[in-house]
Design a binder for this molecule. Structure first.
Ligand code: FMN
Length: 408
């Protein structure tokens, strides 16, 4: 659960510079990955004298960035993308040289350029490691004070025999201390910190017989993106999902169901403890009245009629049992009259927000990674969000929910 694992699902940019302590960053990397963090390593060329790129790549299962001009994606600038998509930036070890560059804003390699592009709101943690004379030097002390004034968290160095055999301060904080510091920085951050969020996602399958079912084309990607974004913003998330091919987002409590009835039961169980409920699942409105015990046989030339009975409306059931202060969001996947249908859904179901999308568009809706949605608010206001990734759409929606909840 998220409360006990604030690192799960978080994107950590780990900067490694050229100190002998760089070997410890491999251990740090391994610990962070085991705690469910998505670790992206950026190394200076000096760092690569101390620890191999292959080690960091194997520990993170991701390519390691070592060259500013090595651009893996043609549609994005790698260092900007990385700096801006990280939940936290950790520099461990940080050399005297790197600290000096950070203090004055030099950007002459991949790591320093990334560091200059980190948004102000992203927490930045620096673990210095150096000889005690280098640490005590007025230039280094001045640079550390500059960073501290800017809100950078500087970890204290340890005392002992250093690699150069000098005795004094300058040993990098141990990896477990760095993990504790990161956890602490996260546990009090995020606009969904302390909130429990229920998300439904995916299709439902309504069985006809033991091998056939009535389903729909929902991939679950939008709901999973909402769950992932909510965890990253500090929420404790339960995701009730119909059958999908997607892996559980790290840090999310995933409950898998098949039918609309099962989804309803799980939602009603989870809902009373939730502050926010987001119904992004494509739930079957109807199910076959009878489910055959054995496989229905083909009868050549004979038409058959399947009687369908209505499923209970899950989102309407949730709003009618709403706990005090609960914020409930519905999704409206439409192919025509998107505006009118969304507005009707908002009032008839007593929702706080309806997110509509036109699933007839090829770049929005089912089974694609992008979406273009409209937010419909009580009172008639609406907002069109741009075509963007489902994760960015999810973040946009959560930002609006957080703002609306703070005005209640
Ligand atoms: C064996 C060895 C160990 C070093 N250890 C450190 C260190 O612990 N801290 C430090 O600030 N510099 C240390 N340096 C010096 C840095 O590697 C050097 O200043 C380099 O320019 C730093 O580059 P970077 O900050 O881009 O990684 C060491 C150099 C060598 C040869």
């Amino acid at each position: 659960m998220t409360d006990n694992a604030p690192l799960a699902g978080k994107r950590v940019l780990l900067g490694v510079s050229g100190s002998i302590a760089a070997y410890k960053s491999a251990d740090l990397c391994s610990r962070l990955s085991k705690l469910g963090a998505e670790v992206h390593v950026v190394m200076t060329s000096s760092a690569m004298h101390f620890v191999g790129e292959a080690t960091m790549r194997a520990l993170t299962r991701r390519s390691v960035m070592t060259d500013l001009f090595d651009e893996p994606h043609s549609d994005r600038i790698a260092h900007i993308d990385l700096a801006q998509s990280s939940d936290i930036v950790v520099v461990a070890p940080a050399t005297a040289n790197l600290i000096a560059k950070m203090a004055v804003g030099i950007a002459d390699d991949i790591l320093t350029t990334c560091l200059l592009a980190v948004p102000k709101s992203t927490p930045l943690l620096v673990a210095p490691a150096m000889n005690s004379l280098m640490l005590e030097h007025p230039a280094t002390q001045h640079n550390l004070a500059t960073l501290r004034d800017r809100g950078v968290e500087i970890l204290a160095t340890g005392y002992g025999v250093l690699a150069c055999q000098d005795v004094g301060y300058g040993k990098m904080a141990e990896p477990d201390e760095i993990v504790t510091a990161i956890n602490l920085m996260f546990s009090n951050r995020g606009d969904f910190c302390g909130k429990r969020v229920l998300v439904t996602a995916g299709p439902t399958r309504e069985p006809l017989d033991p091998v056939r079912y009535i389903g729909n084309r929902s991939s679950g990607k939008m709901g999973y993106a909402l769950a992932q974004a909510a965890v990253r913003r500090g929420a404790s998330v339960i995701l009730v999902s119909g059958p999908t091919a997607l892996a559980s987002p790290p840090g999310v409590e995933l409950v898998r169901v098949q039918t609309a009835e099962q989804m309803l039961a799980e939602c009603m169980k989870a809902a009373p403890d939730c502050n926010v409920i987001i119904g992004a699942a494509a739930v079957a409105d109807y199910r076959p009245a009878k489910v055959a015990d054995s496989k229905m046989k083909r009868q050549s030339g004979v038409s058959i009629t399947i009687e369908l009975v209505p499923n209970e409306d899950i989102i309407a059931a949730l709003t009618s049992h709403r706990s005090p202060g609960q914020f409930i969001v519905g999704f409206a996947a439409e192919t025509d009259n998107v505006e009118q249908n969304a507005a009707r859904k908002l009032t008839s179901k007593g929702l706080d927000l309806v997110v509509s999308n036109d699933v007839s568009r090829p770049d929005a809706g089912f089974d694609v990674d992008t979406n273009a949605v409209t937010l419909h608010w009580p009172g008639g206001n609406s907002e069109d969000l741009p075509l963007q990734s489902k994760l960015a759409t999810a973040d946009h929606i959560l930002t609006r929910i957080a703002a609306a909840m703070s005005h209640v």
